[in-house]
Design a protein around this ligand. Sequence first.
Ligand code: SF4
Ligand code: FES
Length: 257
Amino acid sequence: MDLTLHVWRQTGPDQPGKMETYTDECRDISPDMSFLEMLDIVNERLILSGREPIAFEHDCREGICGSCGMMINGQAHGPQRGTATCQLHMRKFRDGDEIYIEPWRARAFPVLRDLIVDRQALDRIVEAGGYITAPTGSAPDGNLIPVPKESADAAMDAAACIACGACVAACPNSAAQLFTAAKAEHLNLLPQGQPERYQRTKAMVDTMESFFGSCTLHGECQEACPKEISIDFIAYLNRDYVKAQFKNRKLAGQRSA
Ligand code: SF4
Ligand code: FES
């Protein structure tokens, strides 16, 4: 395949960026290559001609680590539903295609270089409550706690979140509601997550709102999510947030008594 790439190039966070076009570097691309392998080939050719390679993040290249996110023709992670950029293959494109590649666009994700953005704001949300403090012992001890099958399945669905940030990039409000819902509810649904359920929910939602926009249930996050996490989890999170307004006050009263 011969392609034309239009790629966002930016040398640093405070530097101006612009789209640059590549044609000679994107010739003879195999349809069996992954999207990142195609970028590897382009980068090899850029390096051989003495130019700067395109900076992009990647690690696992199997849809687990969440680092490879980019906008491809205006779609987070590209045209294939439920697929991270590293699992997208060039057979999804056609010979002669023009492909526009940009970093995530959200104020909470400043561009560090080319296609790499700083996603630390997501870490701040997890730090606020995405954990349990109860000692759970080793794996066999954990398995002694009975968990209803429906709860276990739902918690596993939420735990599939790889923190890629596509939901933020796709949202017209740049909200991180789907990410926060996944990270809070996979604990809130399990017995081990109950003691801190309402403190967790309030802390995580309040932290999210200090970095990101507010959710208006547009639904783009669910469409962009490579793990197909349902916006039902946003409903669960909103339910827990409303309850937290009462439960946390009651707990505070118990502590002062
Ligand atoms: S909810 Fe989906 S899109 Fe959002 S960070 Fe998690 S895996 Fe990525
Ligand atoms: S490189 Fe790890 S999810 Fe794509």
